[in-house]
Design a protein around this ligand. Structure first.
Ligand code: TEU
Ligand code: CA
Length: 559
């Protein structure tokens, strides 16, 4: 198996804008990250993933890059970056960057040139189409962030494609020059020593021939069938791996938008030599039916078990996954899947136990290690995310929702929930910055912050630290074969994992009440490796699990 250093590792995603502000201008920055490297090392993190740090007009907070080989001035300088990389490596951690290669910014030189004329050498870096017969957009494709995916350019009388905002024109990967530009940019960072890339919306880079209309099915299905998994995609990924990634001691982590368990193998099977791992959307979106801010379904544990199982079966022994329950695009993990009120600490810890005992690389998001929760934004002026703002404007204009309801929906599902400043202590703005931050801090920083939890042996933070360490000592956590118990139980998630002779048992209670789990195992010889409560009540045949209790037992080795 190639590069197993990343398999047992834990990836910690940093959203630099919201992590730590070293110069008090309200925006997190690279020196702010350097200041916290000891914190991350102490937390037992192995790999840092930085959301985009490249020059960008920030229409989508850096996911609209205007220069792939420079640092966003608000974040610092190239010297700061070099120091950050050096200091990360010095502590035995690795660093990966966020490669946004499906689109760039409309302020990138390539697009500014392309707009100048139809015969400009950069024109073919993008997707241009004539208007349809009625003068409207060339097809019915919708942007991920609302409205048509086509923007009219009056100078040339043509439309360009943007699957995200109109300031994020899609790059034309069919053009070999575009591929070369991206590969060169990747080499620029790899030559500096970065350890790989998280690849933003990488399944979208190859477009359907002739740009056919999308059928009238839900948006998720449209993503799968029309936007993602295009005809030349795998050829591009192989080329990227062959020419770039495989030439370095580096790995790729794909954002698996539009990938399901049936076609995942095409991306990550070892023998395909395309991507090293992906995180899929089935868990992240298990309460989202078609798209954000549309119909939502209640959390259903059996459904979640099914999702884990079908993915596990699909990739077992053939490829590798990353496990994430949250990131900068979703509301906070504990607010969505746990109970952020009376069982806030227990459920935060239990969710970590679940992720950390699924096969794959563990991928955690900044702030989840202290149980950061969703925020209530009081008015639309406090909302900063372009996805939420577009949703609001579109639906107020067409009178689909009242202002109040639209804001409630944003507060429930919007991306700003995950982007509020990291809560370091109980000082102003949670110690993130002395200046008003770009997005307001969650007022609960007086109760939820790093400093408080560092000093509390029972805190979520210390639980993470301990669990991340133990996870590395038992291969069954990361590589074990699964045997499920209580499969049809809607409140308990219970499984045994076996690797070599080593056996562990994981018991999780996804509910506000105590539940009893009947087990056949001889548990009187078991050792408690992890427990998010101080006590565990059990007899020969059963275990009582308190609300959101999570336990990992080490069973006697198999002969
Ligand atoms: O996200 C891609 C993506 O599919 C998101 O639109 C996601 O589905 C959505 O936020 C959930 O409602 C990536 C980045 O992670 C995101 O931050 C960027 O805005 C997007 O690509 C465009 O680069
Ligand atoms: Ca700053």
């Amino acid at each position: 198996m190639k590069l197993s250093w990343f398999k047992k590792g834990t990836i910690y995603q940093i959203y630099p804008r919201s992590f730590n502000d070293s110069n008090n201008d309200g925006i997190g920055d690279l020196r702010g990250i350097i200041e916290k490297l000891d914190y991350l090392e102490h937390l037992n993190i192995d790999i840092l993933w930085l959301s985009p740090i490249f020059s960008s007009p920030n229409d989508d907070n850096g996911y609209d890059i205007s220069d792939y080989c420079s640092i966003m001035p608000e974040f610092g300088t190239m010297d700061d970056f070099d120091e950050l990389l050096r200091e990360t490596h010095k502590r035995g951690m690795r660093l990966i960057l966020d490669l946004v290669a499906n689109h760039c910014s409309d302020e990138h030189m390539w697009f500014e040139e392309a707009k100048k004329s139809k015969d400009n050498p950069y024109r073919d870096y993008f997707h241009w189409r004539k208007p349809s017969a009625d003068g409207g957009p060339p097809n019915n494709w919708k942007s991920f962030f609302g409205g048509s995916a086509w923007e009219y350019d009056s100078a040339s009388g043509e439309y360009y494609l943007h699957l995200f905002t109109k300031k994020q024109p899609d790059l034309n990967w069919k053009n070999p020059k575009v591929r070369k530009e991206i590969f060169d940019a990747m080499r620029f960072w790899l030559d500096k020593g970065v350890d790989g890339f998280r690849m933003d919306v990488i399944p979208l880079i190859s477009k359907r021939e002739g740009y056919p209309n999308a059928p009238d099915v839900g948006f998720r299905k449209i993503i799968e069938d029309v936007y993602a998994n295009g005809p030349n995609l795998h050829e591009y990924l192989r080329e990227m791996n062959d020419k770039v990634i495989s030439q370095y001691d580096a790995f790729s982590l794909a954002e698996g938008v539009g990938i399901d368990h049936n076609n995942a193998g095409l991306y990550i099977d070892y023998d395909r030599k395309e991507l090293d791992m992906l995180y899929h959307f089935d868990i992240l979106e298990c309460t989202i039916v078609n798209g954000k801010f549309e119909e939502a379904s209640p959390f259903d544990l059996i459904n979640m078990k099914n999702i884990f199982k079908k993915w596990r079966d699909a990739v077992h022994q053939k490829g590798w996954l990353a496990n994430a329950m949250g990131n900068h695009d979703f509301a906070r993990m504990v607010s969505r899947f746990g109970n952020d009120k009376e069982y806030w600490a227990a459920s935060s810890k239990m969710l970590l136990i679940m992720q950390a005992t699924q096969n794959g690389t563990l991928n955690i998001y900044q702030g989840d290690e202290i149980g950061m929760t969703n925020i209530v934004l009081e008015s639309i002026d406090e909302v900063k995310d372009v996805q939420s703002l577009n949703f609001y404007n579109e639906n107020i204009e067409n009178e689909k929702y009242s202002k109040q309801l639209a804001l409630e929906m944003i507060n429930r599902e919007g991306r700003d929930n995950a982007r509020t400043p990291m809560q370091w202590n109980d000082e102003i703005n949670g110690g993130f910055s002395m200046h008003d931050p770009w997005l307001k801090a969650n007022p609960n920083y007086d109760k939820i912050n790093v400093e408080l939890q560092q000093n509390d042996p029972n805190s979520i933070l210390n639980f993470y630290r301990n669990l991340l360490k133990i996870r590395k000592q038992y291969d069954a956590f990361v590589f074990g074969d699964f045997e499920e118990l209580e499969y049809n139980n809607p409140s308990l998630y219970v499984y045994k994992k076996v690797f070599g002779g080593e056996q562990i048992m994981v018991l999780l209670n996804f509910s506000n009440i105590t539940n009893t789990c009947t087990i056949q195992e001889e548990i009187n010889t078991a050792i408690v490796l992890i427990n998010n409560y101080d006590t565990l009540t059990a007899d020969q045949k059963s275990i009582n699990l308190e609300p959101y209790q999570g336990v990992v037992l080490k069973l006697k080795n198999k002969a």
